[in-house]
Every structure is written in structure tokens, then in C-alpha cells.
Design a protein around this ligand. Structure first.
Ligand SMILES: Nc1ncnc2c1ncn2[C@@H]1O[C@H](COP(=O)(O)OP(=O)(O)OP(=O)(O)O)[C@@H](O)[C@H]1O
Length: 239
């Protein structure tokens, strides 16, 4: 579903913020992407989503190279960024209908899915209001509802749990599991290692721009009686 081949990004033409990352994610997998601050998570996600271009390497989404056929590739995924910045002079419902139009979601499906996700996230009653009246959490839930709405093949989230209350975080985790059970694929970054350990089929660890592990949580822990957090801290500590 998602293939990265030797992907690097340099912002200053001297050092690589992301350094020759290769990764293959299969349909139905949920992958957690973890790493210390500044490791290169957001840079990688921005390259996958086509917001920035790699300095070198290829990114292929559902068989489509995003640099060669960006629109075709982008039809396969939705993305929730780490900051819920959103054009906010429009109403919540107009934003969701815009997303549904972009992804060609039928009128019947969009009605059902908008109702379902916004009721789950308890923003349904606010949809007729303009987004600039929404709290930070409400904006994030609107973005999440919009990203789930097209039922994407690949769902990409950058730090999705930041700013969500525990109740909403649980709802999101349940929706993520459901999405993968139904054949969807998820790639998300997080600093909440307990969630990553419990939710993910595999965990990819990035450190100083390099991918230092990509395996099941048990294999990364080498089946020792340690938490993912303990192993992660050991693997990424600065000598
Ligand atoms: N627009 C930019 N211009 C120059 N350098 C950048 C830019 N964006 C990121 N960087 C640098 O690239 C490196 C990777 O940053 P990135 O934001 O991808 O890390 P991250 O793993 O997402 O970090 P965090 O956990 O803090 O969000 C860092 O050294 C950062 O300072």
C-alpha cells in the first residue's frame, strides 16, 4: 500500500533531516512511527503526503508514484496534520462537504458517514457554526471526521492524540482499529508509546533521520520483559 525507497530530505543541502529511509507497509496494517523530537517524523509524513518533495528516493502509494502522478496517488489517502489549522471562515458542514466532493463521496454515503463520525466525536450539533468558533479539540475532531469520511485506503495521521481528551482519544483508537479491520491501512506518528505498543502491528523507529527499526512491538522488545518505552529510550539515547 505504501512503499518508501531510499527516501532522503535535506533542507539545507548539507545534512539530511531524513536519511535514506526504506519502508513497505501492507494493506490492513497499522504502523506507528516514533522517534525523538526532531528525528524526522513530520518531514517523512510531509513527503509521503506530497506537501514537500524528497531530495532523493521514491514514494509509491497503492502502486502510484506520488512524484509522477500526484493526484492519482492522493486519491488513495487522507491526512490529519499535527496542528489542526484549517480555513475557518466556513461552517463545519461546508468543510466536510468540500472533502466529500474532492473524494467523490456519494450524497448518500456522505450523509451517513458525516452523521456517524461527527456524532461519535460530539461535534454534530456544531456543524452549522463557522469553524472559527470551534475549540482546538473540536477542530481536530472535524479534521478527523473529514479524513475518515472518504474511507481512504491509507489513513495518515501526525500526532493524532495530541489535544484530545481521554474519551475522544479512545474513540479515535477504536475507529483506527475498525478502519484496519475493514482492510484500510494506517500510518501514524505519536509520542504516546503505550498507545503505539497496544495499537500497532508494527512500529517504525526513526532516530536522527535514519530508520533504526521496523518490526512488531514484540520483536523490537526482543520478547524481553520490557515496555516499548524502555526499549525506545535505550535505542535512542545520546551517548
Ligand atoms: N522547514 C524546515 N526547514 C529547515 N529545517 C527543518 C524544517 N522542518 C524541519 N526541519 C528540521 O528537520 C529535522 C526533522 O524535523 P521534523 O519536524 O521532521 O522532526 P519530528 O520527528 O517530526 O519532530 P517532533 O517530534 O519535534 O515533531 C529537525 O532537525 C528540524 O529542525
Amino acid at each position: 500500500m505504501l512503499v518508501l525507497k531510499n527516501v532522503s530530505k535535506s533542507y539545507d543541502n548539507s545534512k539530511n533531516a531524513v536519511d535514506k529511509i526504506s519502508l513497505e507497509i501492507k494493506k490492513g496494517e497499522i504502523i506507528g512511527f516514533i522517534g525523538p523530537n526532531g528525528a524526522g517524523k513530520t518531514t517523512t509524513i510531509k513527503m509521503i503526503t506530497g506537501i514537500i518533495s524528497p531530495t532523493e528516493g521514491d514514494i509509491v502509494i497503492n502502486g502510484v508514484d506520488i512524484s509522477k502522478a500526484p493526484i492519482e496517488a492522493k486519491k488513495n489517502f487522507t491526512y490529519v496534520p499535527d496542528h489542526p489549522s484549517i480555513f475557518d471562515a466556513i461552517k463545519g458542514i461546508d468543510y466536510l462537504n468540500f472533502i466529500a466532493d474532492m473524494y467523490e463521496v456519494s450524497i448518500k454515503d456522505r450523509k451517513e458517514r458525516i452523521e456517524r463520525f461527527t456524532k461519535v466525536f460530539q461535534i454534530y450539533d456544531a456543524l452549522a457554526q463557522t469553524i472559527n468558533s470551534y475549540s482546538h479539540g473540536m477542530r481536530q475532531k472535524l479534521l478527523l471526521s473529514g479524513a475518515l469520511l472518504p474511507n481512504p485506503n491509507l489513513f495518515i495521521l501526525d500526532e493524532p492524540l495530541v489535544g484530545l481528551d481521554p474519551h475522544s482519544a479512545k474513540l479515535l483508537k477504536d475507529l483506527m482499529k475498525e478502519h484496519c479491520r475493514n482492510g484500510g491501512t494506517i500510518f501514524f506518528s505519536s509520542h504516546v508509546l503505550e498507545v503505539v505498543e497496544n495499537l500497532c502491528d508494527r512500529v517504525a523507529i526513526i532516530h536522527k533521520g535514519k530508520l533504526i527499526a521496523c518490526d512488531t512491538p514484540d520483536n523490537i522488545k526482543k520478547n524481553k520483559d520490557l515496555t516499548l518505552e524502555e526499549v525506545f529510550l535505550e535505542m535512542t539515547k545520546d551517548e
